[in-house]
Design a protein around this ligand. Structure first.
Ligand SMILES: NC(=O)c1ccc[n+]([C@@H]2O[C@H](COP(=O)([O-])OP(=O)(O)OC[C@H]3O[C@@H](n4cnc5c(N)ncnc54)[C@H](OP(=O)(O)O)[C@@H]3O)[C@@H](O)[C@H]2O)c1
Length: 233
């Protein structure tokens, strides 16, 4: 799925948590598709190194999605973007359960996975609506409960954070309906990264599907939870 206009106008794509794993692979895939790419990472050196490794002309910025000032500063410095891939995420409570998980871990998980994504969408979606075009992809997970799924009990905070992210996707999609902005959540399936080191699928394979959703045509879906068909993650 590609948007013919994207190549003509050279859309700009911002990816959070793009120094490694799925985020970096998505940045590289969008660069291959000729978008102007902005790599962000909470460590500035890591962002710069990742951008340099992807190719000439890739922009980079330091961005911790839990830092409200940092997010609004980036919005001002960068101006509007056309594509936002909210990928930054943590899995802190694997192997616990709902009755015993330390709630500090749940709190930190929600701070990054839900509120961090929410914050970047609050910063970058309004200019998209104003300009009448935007593609927003929230990286969710197969551990969620909505859309016919079942909550994964072995990482309760993580699963709830991604369920809430799916809920946020539907809220943002209804608010932007008809504006030219499409907002979708994606389950990338299980992918071999630092978060899930024992998986078969490489980030580059998941990135192709995510990049498809990030470049949907004008009649593409919005408010949906789109699943990479390889499996659950
Ligand atoms: N791998 C899978 O099987 C799988 C399955 C379903 C969903 N996902 C989702 O895919 C996304 C990417 O995960 P991954 O598998 O690529 O894991 P990863 O290699 O652990 O990457 C996570 C990325 O998020 C960044 N990050 C964490 N907290 C941040 C913050 N406060 N601000 C900005 N960046 C932050 C990390 O930066 P640092 O390097 O600074 O820590 C890193 O770049 C996550 O949302 C994850 O939940 C992954």
């Amino acid at each position: 799925m590609t948007d013919g206009n994207a190549a003509a106008e050279r859309r700009t794509a911002l990816i959070t948590g793009a120094n490694r794993g799925i985020g970096r692979a998505v940045a590289a895939e969008l660069y291959r598709r000729d978008l102007r790419v902005v790599v962000t990472a909470r460590d500035a050196d890591a962002a710069r190194e990742a951008a340099a490794g992807i190719g000439p002309g890739v922009l980079w910025h330091a961005l911790d999605v839990t830092d409200p000032d940092g997010v609004s500063r980036l919005g001002k410095e960068l101006g509007p973007v056309d594509v936002l891939v909210s990928n930054a995420g943590v899995l802190l409570d694997g192997g616990t359960d709902a009755l015993s998980v330390p709630l500090e871990l749940v709190e930190e998980t929600l701070r990054v996975n839900l509120l961090g994504s929410w914050r970047v969408t609050q910063e970058f979606i309004p200019p998209m609506v104003e300009r009448g075009w935007g593609r927003v992809v929230l990286i969710s997970s197969g551990t969620t409960a909505e859309f016919g799924g079942a909550l994964f009990a072995g990482a309760p905070g993580y699963s709830l954070s991604k369920s809430a992210l799916n809920g946020l996707t539907t809220l943002l999609a209804s608010q932007t309906a008809g504006s030219g902005v499409l907002v979708n959540a994606v389950n990338p399936g299980r992918v071999r990264t630092r978060m899930m080191p024992n998986q078969q699928t490489l980030p580059e394979d998941a990135a192709r599907f995510i990049a498809d959703v990030a470049t949907l045509p004008a009649d593409g879906p919005t408010g949906r939870f789109l699943t990479e068909k390889r499996g659950q993650g």
